[in-house]
Design a protein around this ligand. Structure first.
Ligand code: ADP
Ligand code: ADP
Length: 225
């Protein structure tokens, strides 16, 4: 069964059709990238998968369950945002622990998940720092760490590298690919950057004006005559 399934999904704001009749199956462990120009609806689609935005028509299924029928904490998704969305007054450790504390995860379990995430992300020596004393790349790592500790089945990334400089973007691409291999989780990643899509995706979904224009493996999409 597909891990994430979109079935005839549409979204309108008032009279404006932003997503139109999108259907897609994402398999367990797949790395799928939504790519397309600004305003084509990538972020809206991702937010509907996260359950952060209502679906106007159609269904979004995660592990076979309709997103709208599932409580947020049971959806098994975690989102990494472009602007990191960290709490500035909390340390890295507290940022990672916060969501887990709220759902009553035992302290020893929280500590062990943070230790594992910190090791994966090479953040061990930063756990007691505040985000404001860290670089953009380190902050984005913390944001990824906050998703990892939730142990989601599905990671959702919304343009996570757009605020980083070019060299760091290249480095973080490799890092996210490494995390994908290490965790084997399903990842859905939104970007307007074709190079990012080409280098990271198992499968690329090209969106244009709210519809799927093309779907395929990177080489199939861009290297055929
Ligand atoms: P992308 O992520 O590809 O840049 P978005 O999903 O952010 O595109 O936006 C798709 C379209 O939906 C844009 O035309 C945008 O202006 C519109 N849109 C997004 N959010 C809202 C909203 N809350 N109300 C009205 N229009 C919106
Ligand atoms: P936190 O915002 O730190 O997670 P909560 O656990 O109170 O604190 O989060 C509120 C709700 O939003 C929860 O039900 C949670 O499942 C959901 N949520 C929180 N963070 C994310 C995220 N990164 N991606 C998807 N859902 C999230």
């Amino acid at each position: 069964m597909a891990d994430v399934a979109l079935r005839g999904v549409s979204k309108s704001y008032g009279n404006v059709d932003v997503i139109h009749d999108v259907s897609l199956d994402v398999e367990q462990g797949e790395f799928v990238v939504f790519v397309g120009p600004s305003g084509c609806g990538k972020s809206t689609l991702l937010r509907m998968i996260a359950g952060l935005e209502e679906v106007t028509q159609g269904d979004v299924l995660i592990g076979g369950a309709r997103v709208n029928d599932t409580a947020a904490r049971d959806r098994g998704v975690a989102m990494v945002f472009q602007n990191y969305a960290l709490y500035p007054h909390m340390s890295v450790r507290e940022n990672m622990a916060f969501g887990l504390r709220n759902i009553g995860t035992p302290r020893t379990e929280i500590d062990s998940r943070i230790a594992k995430a910190a090791e994966i992300l090479q953040l061990d020596s930063y756990l007691d720092r505040k985000p404001r004393a860290m670089s953009g790349g380190q902050r984005q790592r913390v944001a990824i760490g906050r998703a990892i500790v939730r142990e989601p089945d599905v990671f959702l990334f919304d343009e996570p590298l757009s605020n980083l400089d070019a060299a760091l973007r290249v480095q973080m691409r490799t890092e996210i690919a490494r995390i994908h291999h290490r965790l084997g989780a399903t990842m859905i990643y939104v970007t307007h950057d074709q190079t990012e899509a080409m280098t990271m995706a198992d499968r690329i979904v090209v969106l244009r004006a709210g519809v799927i224009e093309q779907v395929g493996a990177p080489l199939d999409l861009y290297e055929r005559p």
